[in-house]
Design a binder for this molecule. Structure first.
Ligand code: GSH
Length: 225
């Protein structure tokens, strides 16, 4: 049995963040598949979300808590700066990714790529109103990574692991690709993250490759400017 067990469905962005944190620390892990909303799922996570982490007797849900635990419980490179400001900045990024980035980028990608592939009309009003927050988010991400290459400081932190799945899949939409092309520092960050050992061959990378089968309408709804 692996050191860590992640209880989750396989295609979960937050699972991929937790797995990346474990891989960056060099901690082996395995996936125990959950059925969404099942009795087992709700026993592990009363809010019916995923992933849930198990380490021996320790069972944790909420990805921020899970990744913090992985960082502190195991040897390996630290995934949070030691100084108070660096730590606060990491927490700020994780918080804003959870509160603002995930709800817009993830939904935009689903409306733009997944719903049409399933034969449903996307929510055009949402796609339009997402434009300004997405532009703002990519601008702030670009500014943050421009100097030292990562969201906080000059090495990967939990903040980068939280952002990666959302920016990765958003970048598959024509609007996401255009915003990344217009923000070279963000594009370079994405390329660097995708070159890491913790990404190559990961469940996230496999899901991303499979996503290339989804053909979005290539005509952008709005541009980067
Ligand atoms: N606050 C949770 C959010 C996790 C989350 O939203 N996970 C998604 C998968 S990426 C999920 O559980 N979706 C199922 C649902 O919302 O019904 C965390 O940080 O772990």
């Amino acid at each position: 049995m692996a050191t860590l067990i992640f209880h989750s469905m396989a295609a979960s962005a937050y699972l991929w963040t937790a797995m990346m944190a474990a891989d960056e620390k060099g901690v082996d892990h395995e996936l125990s598949l959950l059925t969404l909303g099942s009795e087992t799922h709700l026993r592990l996570h009363p809010f019916g979300k995923m992933p849930v982490m198990q380490h021996g007797q320790v069972i944790l849900y909420e990805t921020q808590a899970i990744t913090h635990y992985i960082d502190r419980a195991f040897d390996g490179p630290p995934l949070q700066p030691a100084d108070p400001l660096g730590q606060a900045e990491t927490l700020r990024w994780v918080s804003l990714i959870n509160a603002y980035v995930f709800p817009v980028m993830n939904r935009f990608m689903k409306e733009r790529l997944v719903r049409p592939a399933w034969g449903f009309e996307p929510d055009q009003a949402f796609l339009e109103t997402a434009r300004d927050p997405l532009r703002l988010q990519i601008r702030l991400i670009g500014e943050a990574v421009e100097g030292q290459g990562f969201l906080v400081g000059d090495r990967l932190t939990l903040a980068d692991a939280f952002l990666l799945p959302h920016l990765l899949f958003f970048g598959r939409t024509p609007e996401g690709a255009a915003l990344l092309d217009a923000t070279p520092a963000a594009r370079r960050w994405l390329d660097r993250m995708m070159a890491r050992e913790s990404y190559v061959g990961s469940a996230m990378a496999i899901a991303y490759s499979a996503f290339h089968g989804l053909a979005a309408d290539p005509e952008p709804i709005w541009g980067p400017g």
